[in-house]
Design a protein around this ligand. Structure first.
Ligand code: 8YV
Length: 323
């Protein structure tokens, strides 16, 4: 029997690529160059499976193909807001993602960002590397204490819960939760968390707010200027979810006019393009989308895609089917 043809859109960890090459007629992107929308459209006509990542545009236009050969988009990553859901459905494509295996590492990055912005670690490193550190003094780069403060978590899925675990059990933080559906009592109880009805109820009560909801149209600009103004003037906003969840223009205003204490971002609207105004904000920490960037998580994500593919091609329902 001929092996299904599979296109991998970016470089993946070597162990996973080796397995893909063994199990499938796999075409790997050895140059690791992001694919253009027209290359993607072309691929959808030629391969049984396309294995995309967040850097691939699979919007309605890219998915507007007649005679698509691709039956499954096995996404490498948990977030799939770069794939237009109605268009994928119209084409009858199955879409899978890679949950669970990156939850701990993504929560680690969210906690890293929280600590960095509260303790002004980015400012400190910039000062030291530029040769401007003049030595210890009682008033130097004084930040905000993290332990015992209140953390608001927007989106209490797997990553949000991991973040709560770190913050509550590691730093003694009180946890408030906003989630579109009701969270089970026992899940909240693990971190003594309280769920509020509306995001507007959560924001004024928190010293830190961390976003862990999906991106996409539904949550685009969930954090806008009105909601930023509901935050305490010294509170911090952390985003490891998707760039579009925050109205970046509103955030820049809030940071420049000290309406909030600061922000820390791992994801950006239109990344890797970064708004030049963000670069001007000293009370902002920025990382280049490192949430899942550990050897362990990236390999596990790849093997999770392989599991989804083997289920699909064996006629079984893939465990991570999202569409
Ligand atoms: C991934 C992420 O590395 O899984 C996700 O949704 O945000 C990242 O951690 C990236 O999206 C890969 O496609």
């Amino acid at each position: 029997m001929t092996k299904p043809s599979v296109l991998v859109t970016r470089r993946w960890p070597a162990a996973v690529e080796a397995q893909l090459a063994e199990s499938y007629n796999a075409v790997l992107n050895t140059g690791d160059k992001p694919m253009s929308p027209s290359e993607i459209r072309d691929a959808l006509k030629r391969y049984d499976a396309v294995l995309p990542t967040v850097t691939d545009t699979l919007n309605a236009e890219a998915l507007d193909v007649t005679g698509a050969q691709t039956k499954i988009l096995a996404n490498y990553g948990v977030g799939y807001s770069h794939i237009c859901e109605p268009a994928a459905r119209d084409l009858g494509m199955t879409v899978t993602n890679t949950p669970d295996v990156l939850s701990e590492c993504t929560a680690d990055i969210a906690m890293t960002l929280l600590l960095m912005v509260a303790r002004r670690a980015g400012e400190g490193e910039r000062e030291l590397r530029s040769g401007n550190w003049t030595g210890w003094r009682p008033t130097h780069l004084v930040g905000t204490k993290v332990s015992g403060k209140t953390l608001g978590i927007v989106g209490y899925g797997r990553i949000g819960q991991e973040m709560a675990r770190r913050a509550h059990h590691g730093f003694g933080m009180d946890i408030l939760v906003y989630n579109r559906s009701k969270v089970a009592k026992d899940v909240l109880a693990r971190c003594n968390a309280t769920q509020v009805e509306e995001i507007d109820d959560l924001l004024p009560q928190c010293d830190f707010v961390s976003l862990h909801c999906p991106g996409g149209v539904a949550n685009r600009h969930l954090i806008n200027s009105r909601r930023l103004s509901l935050m305490k003037p010294d509170a911090f906003l952390i985003n490891t979810a998707r760039g579009e969840v925050i109205d970046e223009w509103a955030l820049i205003q809030a940071l420049m006019f000290d309406m909030i204490g600061g922000a820390a971002l791992d994801v950006f609207d239109g990344e890797p393009r970064i708004s030049p105004d963000l670069l001007q904000c000293d009370n902002l920490v920025m990382l280049p989308h490192l949430g899942s960037a550990t050897r362990e998580a990236r390999e596990a994500m790849g093997f999770r895609v392989l599991d989804n593919l083997s289920d699909f091609f064996a006629g079984r329902a893939p465990r991570d089917r999202v569409i």
